[in-house]
Write a protein that binds this ligand. Structure first.
Ligand code: FES
Length: 171
């Protein structure tokens, strides 16, 4: 795919986002934010059986063209290619380069990886909650933290705090 085609796909997804909107019966709702700008996207994940495709995944949020287009393209891939929870964890920075092109990802790494980092955080949250339940641990009991394999995005409460900080800076 040449650069022009990549740009056209990106703009199309930005203007006509796929799989956008809250999912009422989501198993996990995960906000993810870019500390550089305060933009937040929220991923809604409904899990599938072990090794099977996820039952559903949607997203909503606001942000730059790259972050929003990346979220839309990524969600479309999860649906069309029937990714399982394990597949989601297997994808990384290189997937975003395939989707968006090297140039966009290198220039705007946090924007480009916001959706994938948040989606992976949603999967990990679900897995950690399951682990806590299986060992009878309290829902808030700390477990070893997995690294967020993204370029400096924040997830969960920290993402919402960043959004608040960004809003405060604007006033
Ligand atoms: Fe905020 Fe790109 S500028 S996510």
């Amino acid at each position: 795919m040449d650069r022009q085609e990549q740009i056209e796909i990106l703009v199309d997804h930005f203007r006509n986002p796929r799989h956008q909107g809250a999912l009422e019966d989501a198993d996990v709702t995960m906000p993810g934010g870019n500390p550089g700008c305060g933009d937040v996207i929220t991923v809604y994940l409904k899990v599938g059986d072990d090794g099977k495709p996820v039952a559903d995944v949607t997203w909503e949020g606001e942000g730059c063209t790259i972050s929003q287009a990346a979220a839309s393209i990524l969600m479309e891939m999860v649906h069309d290619e029937e990714w399982s929870m394990e597949d989601i964890l297997d994808h990384d920075y290189n997937t975003m380069i395939e989707i968006l092109g090297k140039e966009a990802v290198q220039m705007r790494p946090k924007c480009a990886t916001l959706a994938l980092g948040t989606l992976k955080a949603a999967v990990r949250k679900y897995q950690r909650d399951q682990l806590r339940a299986s060992i009878g641990a309290d829902a808030n009991a700390p477990l070893p933290d997995d690294e967020v394999e993204s370029i400096g995005i924040v997830v969960g409460d920290a993402a919402l705090k960043e959004k608040g900080n960004a809003a405060a800076r604007e006033h």
